[in-house]
Design a protein around this ligand. Structure first.
Ligand SMILES: [Fe+2]
Ligand SMILES: [Fe+2]
Length: 135
């Protein structure tokens, strides 16, 4: 069962970023389903790695845009990305070393942070980029 369904509210009005966010949420949903269905760790691990890699790529996209347009909150936003990536990295490490993710809270956290970050920090970034002609 998906834990989060994409809706237009998530849009920050920058096409490339919105598409990447959508893909992130897709992977989060697949991960959630896999945990619910108690799939083996190998499958969870593959999904987590996919989420990690996609998130890394996505953060790089945003960071490049911020640098290109001299975003004033660059440092703070970068810091949030680092913390989030670290959290995901810890999950990948835990599952790949055999930890059994029956505690769904770990994964719920991973969806919460995506949403909080998108709704707050990425929305602000979207407004700024729109002001600078990026859509
Ligand atoms: Fe971001
Ligand atoms: Fe983002």
């Amino acid at each position: 069962m998906p834990i989060v369904t994409w809706s237009d509210e998530f849009n920050i009005n920058v096409k490339e970023i919105d598409e990447q966010h959508q893909k992130m949420l897709d992977i989060v949903n697949n991960l959630h389903t896999a945990v619910e269905e108690r799939r083996e760790n190998e499958i969870l691990n593959d999904l987590l790695i996919a989420l990690y890699q996609h998130t890394q790529l996505h953060f790089t996209t945003e960071e490049e845009l911020m640098k290109e347009h001299d975003y004033p909150d660059y440092e703070q936003h970068l810091h949030e990305h680092k913390v989030l990536l670290q959290h995901l990295g810890n999950l990948v490490e835990g599952v790949s070393s055999g930890k059994n993710p029956s505690f769904r809270s770990d994964y719920d956290v991973s969806s919460d942070w995506v949403l909080i970050h998108i709704f707050k920090s990425d929305k602000d970034l979207g407004l700024f980029l729109n002001d600078h002609g990026v859509f």
